[in-house]
Write a protein that binds this ligand. Structure first.
Ligand SMILES: Nc1ncnc2c1ncn2[C@@H]1O[C@H](COP(=O)(O)OP(=O)(O)O)[C@@H](O)[C@H]1O
Ligand code: SF4
Ligand SMILES: [Mg+2]
Length: 345
């Protein structure tokens, strides 16, 4: 794990365009429902950048993560990283690409094998990717990774089993094992949502610190807009498989343009920063990716739609993401997918 001299280079580490992931849902053969889990998503991440995907449960966040990790094969779209399209490669090319992109999962209890020591867990990526010339060298690399994840003293901690560690320590082990191959990008799927509140801030700080020191980029997934704001440079708000608003974190949180983002924000300012609270603020049925509404997919729950007297365009025309305020560079544009964005400023 080498400390790179971090100079922001604007070098794109991940570029996703028009990503679509569909699942065949339950039901009899003749009535099989198509679940449109990810329905045309595009974004990019540059070196050292943290992009947060925010949205309520079921909106497709984990499916995007799984596609980027190529733990599932997307229905269509491109996932470009390191000059290859991850959506279509396989075999050794995919294996090589996987060395550059690592994942941290939500559940620090489920993601570690209870029979493996910390040493075994963290050295596993080295063995899989044949890194390190000897057992001794690999051991040193594990110690260094544990130190980097602030698991001290590493010599003692490396002998522990998962059940001997706290939730926060386990997530640090997961981070050490994700970082040991010096990845360019780490996909973190709700990395703190199962931890005690007391452990959360430390894990977030560690992840941000590693970004500063190593120049690693994150695709940071959360259902919590407040967490996204703390951690991310840019935020993309996801609703039913689509990005409905995106922009620099401070712009999006201070001046949300999409009625869905506004509702999320109101919910978090009510004292409860979770999106499940927003679901109560937002009237109407919980969305289903198996029955995406016509026109604007948010219209059945949109307060603005009602306020405006239920305009026909909301029911018939699917709003595309469009720039509402130019950023200093294209990537930092503030964009929203609402026909009436100007009015909802
Ligand atoms: N393997 C699968 N088969 C069928 N439907 C799935 C599968 N995985 C996810 N889904 C559905 O896709 C949608 C998005 O799920 P997911 O990506 O897990 O959302 P999130 O992570 O935002 O909670 C949901 O409607 C979910 O039920
Ligand atoms: S397009 Fe209409 S329904 Fe959709 S977010 Fe805008 S106002 Fe609401
Ligand atoms: Mg998920």
């Amino acid at each position: 794990m080498s400390e790179k001299n971090v100079i922001p280079k604007n070098e794109t580490v991940l570029s996703v365009s028009d990503l679509v992931v569909r699942f065949e849902g339950g039901g009899r053969q003749s009535k099989k429902k198509i679940v449109r889990a990810v329905d045309g998503v595009s974004f990019e991440i540059v070196r050292g950048e943290i992009l947060a995907l925010v949205g309520e449960s079921g909106c497709g966040k984990s499916t995007i993560a799984m596609a980027v990790m190529r733990l599932l094969k997307p229905t269509s779209g491109q996932i470009i990283s390191g000059g290859v399209n991850l959506a279509t490669i396989h075999g050794r090319a995919l294996q090589r690409a996987r060395q550059r992109i690592q994942m941290i999962f939500q559940d620090p209890f489920g993601s570690l094998d209870p029979r493996q020591t910390v040493m075994e867990a963290v050295s596993e990526p080295l063995l899989i990717h044949k890194v390190g010339d000897s057992a001794g060298e690999r051991k040193e690399m594990v110690f260094e990774a544990l130190r980097m994840a602030q698991l001290n003293p590493p010599e003692r901690l490396s002998e522990n089993f998962p059940h001997e560690l706290s939730g926060g320590q386990r997530q640090r082990v997961a981070i050490a094992s994700a970082m040991i191959l010096s990845p360019e990008l780490v996909v973190a799927d709700e990395p703190v949502s199962m931890l005690d509140v007391s452990a959360r801030a430390g894990i977030l700080r560690l992840m941000m610190d590693l970004r500063d020191r190593l120049g690693v980029s994150y695709l940071f997934i959360t259902h919590d807009l407040a967490t996204a704001w703390v951690v991310a440079d840019r935020i993309a708000v996801v609703y039913l498989g689509r990005i409905v608003e995106t922009g620099p974190s401070e712009v999006l949180v201070k001046n949300p343009a999409h009625p869905y983002t506004q509702a999320l924000l109101n919910a978090s300012q009510d004292g409860d920063a979770t999106i499940s609270a927003a679901a109560m603020v937002l009237k109407g049925e919980a969305p289903s990716a198996a029955a995406v509404p016509t026109g604007c997919r948010f219209h059945p729950r949109c307060p603005k739609y009602v306020e405006l007297g239920k305009p026909e365009s909301c029911r018939s025309e699917d709003p595309r993401l469009r720039v509402i305020k130019k950023g200093e560079i294209t990537r930092r544009d503030h964009s929203a997918a609402c026909h009436f964005t100007d009015e909802v400023k």
